[in-house]
Design a protein around this ligand. Structure first.
Ligand code: ATP
Length: 260
């Protein structure tokens, strides 16, 4: 069954007197259980697309359908129930965690706003911290983000994102700000958790080498448009268009060599 569908999404921002076309007639769909990577160089519209899918932005044209129902268009705001089926982990674990709050409160926040009881929140937070390998959870729960490394902070962000078992987990440049040596581990964590809890994972990345590690399908964006779409290995092996050639040149990992 189609879980998520973008139909001809367009979005233009005004920057001073200039209009920036961040998304231009973008369509794709995600089947239940699929993992999607949205790749493209900086400014190609990936984050705008992710924000639209979650209902954090309103399109100028086009529609988002979720579980067979239209949930967003120019004049329809996403309802809270639908929005709660999405969760996101942002690129920067230094900015996305409130430095004044302890890890326990940060991770438990999505449950406390849902009015869950303190004892069930405690149980869920400790279990989530164990899932992301921040053990012992009592110790990590009592720390502040500033007392943690970048990799540990990203794990806190992941724990917070998965604690209420969203249907769709969006990872926006999840490894950009963390040490290269921790990249594979963090990606594996996303994969493991998305399998274990049957969450559809959407990974937004400018790093083409990440896509095969974390997705079955890929869409390649260039200047607000989808220029490639299909099974990840097939698309990355034999891309059919050359309109996004600058990305090839930037990425040495693409097909195992620099694209000259
Ligand atoms: N709120 C905004 N106001 C004005 N322009 C915006 C806004 N959000 C995005 N843009 C512009 O829209 C275009 C697409 O941005 P977007 O962040 O979606 O791209 P991206 O592929 O995610 O890039 P990056 O990886 O650098 O974040 C860019 O030119 C960006 O400057």
């Amino acid at each position: 069954m189609k879980l998520l569908e973008a139909r001809s999404l367009s979005k233009t921002f005004r920057r001073g007197k200039t209009l920036v076309r961040a998304l231009d007639d973008v369509s794709f769909s995600l089947e239940e259980g699929e993992r999607l990577a949205v790749v493209g160089e900086s400014g190609s519209g990936k984050t705008t697309l992710a924000r639209l899918l979650m209902g954090l932005e309103v399109p100028d044209a086009g529609e988002v359908h979720f579980e067979g129902r239209k949930v967003l268009d120019k004049s329809t705001r996403m309802d809270v129930e639908t929005r709660r089926k999405f969760s996101v982990v942002f690129q920067d674990p230094y900015e996305s965690l409130n430095p004044a709050k302890k890890v326990f409160d940060i991770v438990g926040f999505p449950l406390s706003v849902r009015g869950e009881r303190p004892d069930s929140i405690r149980e869920a937070v400790y279990s989530a911290l164990r899932e992301v390998k921040l053990v012992p959870p009592e110790l990590f729960g009592s720390k502040y983000p500033t007392q943690l490394s970048g990799g540990q902070r990203q794990r806190v962000a992941i724990a917070r994102a998965v604690i209420y078992r969203p249907k769709v987990l969006i990872a926006d440049e999840p490894t950009t700000m963390i040490d290269a040596s921790l990249k594979a581990e963090v990606l594996k964590l996303f994969l493991d958790l998305s399998s274990k809890y049957r969450m559809n994972l959407i990974t937004v990345t400018h790093d083409f080498s990440v896509a095969p590690l974390i997705s079955d399908r890929v869409i390649v964006m260039y200047r607000g448009r989808v220029v490639e779409e299909g099974p990840t290995r097939k698309v990355l092996k034999s891309p059919s268009t050359h309109t996004h050639r600058p990305s090839y040149l930037l990425c040495r990992d693409w097909r195992g060599r620099s694209g000259s």
